[in-house]
Design a binder for this molecule. Structure first.
Ligand code: GLU
Length: 447
């Protein structure tokens, strides 16, 4: 039987980077083996679950490109690109749980206790064979010796996590449970429940936790903990997928930039590392920069336009050729798409915003005749190409007996409002002669 795996998040309104990695490892395993990847929303805790919280998960998975293979067909097509599958929702599967609990009760494997239902837990040690952690033997702990029989249905009638998690894994024919190591402590209970239902448990692979760089446990508030923040700050999903796949898994040869198809080919459970992974945001942003540098032009343009829109800059009002040419001068110049609006927003603004402090330092009277001279020569250029613009800067500097940099500085500030940015001659050629002369005029007025 081909592997059947699942990602089973509880909707909390937040998709932790650790959860995203769990989803990714499940997806990778399914894609590597030709198996099935299932998404199951564990939403039995009605008080905490909202549609918004579910959307955070769905959007996160879609952003990463982790498509799921199965689920009820939904009218609103909340599914992956492939089809119209919704995820499974535990809240829609309540009859299954009732039926299973009744079966346990009728066979004396569970009993009522003050309105709740408890599972008659075995007193024998349980061996958990884990594909990552190795064999783990669970004895009853002191606490459990007091009451090893755990509640499976609360007195208000709500089935608890252990029960519904196991019933669904059983009914969905899950072959491999790949999840965070924090669930290792629940696994003896789960194995006992599987056996009570008369089936052998699936194989387990508990993946080590993700820690902060300093080795502390990553909390909700730590930078980088929420998957949503990556889209907002302008990471490319390709880079995040690449980075997450290396958090706790490693191909031979210490490769760092690996396209997802190669990860799929190489990924397997025995290679999951046993030690906790450390989350290194600097490395991720480095990797993001590498992805941006090597990205196909169309994809680069798409993500740039998206990032600019998020920063309130509408590129749609400019000719597409202009937009593309402008963006091409930014390729390889930033690590995060979130930096783009600051780096090259001037291309897409009516008026250049010039830092007043810098204007005071650079737009000084002695620069005035220089800039005037430059303007006179630039206004004669036809066509206004970057080669021609560059040659003009060189010729004027030579004529004035100054270094080209003396001209570059005020011209750059005049045209893009910043001391640094894309190559000046290129950006001027893209802005065009009229716009550049206009910018220089405005700078001259300030001198
Ligand atoms: N709903 C559980 C969680 O979010 C799922 C655990 C599991 O994968 O079995 O942690």
């Amino acid at each position: 039987m081909k592997p059947r795996v699942r990602f089973a998040p509880s909707p909390t309104g937040f998709l932790h980077i650790g959860g995203a990695r769990t989803a990714l490892f499940n997806w990778l395993y399914a894609r590597h083996t030709g198996g099935t990847f299932i998404l199951r929303i564990e939403d039995t805790d009605a008080a905490r679950n909202t549609q918004e919280a579910v959307n955070v998960i769905l959007n996160g998975l879609r952003w990463l490109g982790l498509d799921w293979d199965e689920g009820p067909i939904t009218a609103d097509a909340t599914g992956p690109s492939k089809g119209d599958y919704g995820p499974y929702f535990q809240s829609q599967r309540k009859e299954n749980y009732q039926r299973r609990v009744e079966a346990l009760l009728s066979r004396g494997l569970a009993y009522e206790d003050k309105g709740a239902i408890r599972f008659r837990m075995t007193r024998e040690p349980i061996l958990i064979p884990d594909l990552v952690v190795g064999d783990v033997r669970r004895e009853l702990t002191d606490r459990e010796e007091v009451e090893p029989d755990f509640v499976i249905v609360r007195s208000d009638g709500e089935p608890v996590f252990h029960l519904v998690n196991v019933i669904d894994d059983l009914e969905m024919n899950i072959t491999h449970v790949i999840r965070g190591e924090d669930h290792l402590s629940n696994t003896a209970k789960h194995i006992a429940l599987f056996r009570a239902f008369g089936v052998e448990p699936p194989k387990y692979a508990h993946i080590p936790l993700i820690l902060n760089l300093d080795g502390t446990k990553m909390s909700k508030r730590d930078k980088g903990a929420s998957l949503t923040s990556y889209a907002e700050e302008g990471y490319s999903p390709e880079a995040v997928v690449n980075y997450l796949s290396l958090l706790g898994w490693s191909p031979k040869g210490n490769r760092e930039k690996i396209p997802v198809q190669d990860v799929i080919d190489l990924f397997d459970l025995p290679q999951i590392l046993r030690h906790n992974a450390r989350f290194d945001l600097t490395k991720l942003s480095w990797l993001n920069g590498e992805y941006i540098r090597d990205m196909a032009d169309d994809r680069f343009h798409e993500l740039c336009i998206h990032a600019l829109a998020a920063a309130g800059l509408d590129t749609g009002v400019y000719p597409l050729d202009y937009v593309k040419a402008a963006l091409d001068t930014c390729k390889g110049k930033f690590k995060l798409f979130g930096e783009l609006a600051g780096y090259a927003g001037f291309y897409f603004k009516e008026n250049v915003e010039i830092d007043p402090q810098l204007a005071k330092e650079v737009f000084i009277p002695e620069n005035k005749p220089r800039l005037e001279r430059l303007k006179a020569e630039l206004s004669k250029l036809e066509p206004f190409t970057h080669e021609q613009v560059g040659a003009t800067f060189g010729a004027v500097a030579k004529e004035l007996g100054i270094k080209t940099g003396i001209l570059v500085h005020p011209a750059r500030l005049a045209c893009c409002g910043k001391p640094a940015g894309p190559s000046l001659y290129h950006l001027m050629a893209i802005l065009g002669k009229d716009r550049c002369l206009d910018c220089i005029d405005k700078a001259l007025d300030q001198m």
